[in-house]
Design a protein around this ligand. Structure first.
Ligand code: ZN
Length: 243
């Protein structure tokens, strides 16, 4: 009787623990079904300020609002979490946006890109996730592919799914030279699709070799959410020149 209870308890615990990670990019748990998987995910279908979106400089409001990055080479813990490859920061790096200091907590990748520009996808998109208490600001960087196999080699040490791997990353390699960017209010692009996220998406791209891309797509070749309606949101564009 006692062992039966322990088994029952373990089964309940298992389902509780995995409850929030059952979403995926495939079949019955793909993005069309996210809102049905949990009440906590309702924003994924009913939210009116969702991400990603299509970006167009011609259709955006030109603005001069700006941001600053205080990034330096840092130790990271790479986690292959079943949805993406996530790099957790072990040192402090900051984004300063509207006079508020957000700490970079992790960055991760999507293939193809989640944001589109004038309707066009890119092979890869990087998200640098920053937090200040409960407030989130994400930097999005679109990635172009080059045939020549040159550095940076972000994907040389991807661990197996569920595993960790420590390494060191020069964060400046993640950021385009030009600071021109889009800014808008959106959401997390994965469940629970929480809104109130400030998005900055760089207009210029970084480059990664095809060999590197293949190391990522070996694990994830379609971990992206489709673009969402903008509704009446203001999308800002700052055509800045230098970082
Ligand atoms: Zn992301």
């Amino acid at each position: 009787m006692r062992s039966a209870l322990i088994i029952l308890f373990s089964v309940v615990l298992f389902f509780q623990c995995t409850h929030h990670s059952i979403w995926s990019y495939d079949k019955t748990t793909d993005e069309k079904h996210w809102a049905q998987l949990s009440n906590a995910y309702l924003n994924c279908s009913s939210g009116k300020r969702q991400s990603p979106i299509n970006l167009s400089s011609k259709k955006s409001t030109h603005s001069k609002h700006n941001f600053q990055l205080k990034y330096h080479p840092s130790n990271v813990d790479i986690i292959n979490n079943g949805h993406t490859v996530e790099f957790d920061l072990e040192e402090k790096n900051y984004l300063i946006l509207h006079n508020i200091k957000f700490e970079l907590v992790q960055f991760h990748w999507h293939s193809q890109s989640e944001h589109t520009v004038e309707g066009r996808h890119f092979p890869l998109e990087l998200h640098l996730v920053h937090k200040n208490k409960n407030n989130i600001a994400v930097l999005g960087v679109l990635v172009d592919i080059i045939e020549e196999d040159r550095k940076p080699h972000f994907f040389d040490n991807i661990p197996a799914i569920g595993k960790h791997q420590k390494t060191r990353v020069d964060l400046s390699q993640l950021i385009p030279q030009s600071k021109s960017h889009y800014y808008y209010q959106g959401s997390l692009t994965t469940p629970p699709c929480t809104e109130g996220v400030q998005w900055i998406v760089f207009d210029q791209h970084i480059k990664v070799s095809r060999k590197q891309l293949q190391k990522f797509t070996f694990f994830y070749d379609h971990n992206f959410r489709k673009t969402q309606p903008s509704y009446s949101r203001n999308i800002f564009y700052n055509p800045h020149k230098k970082l």
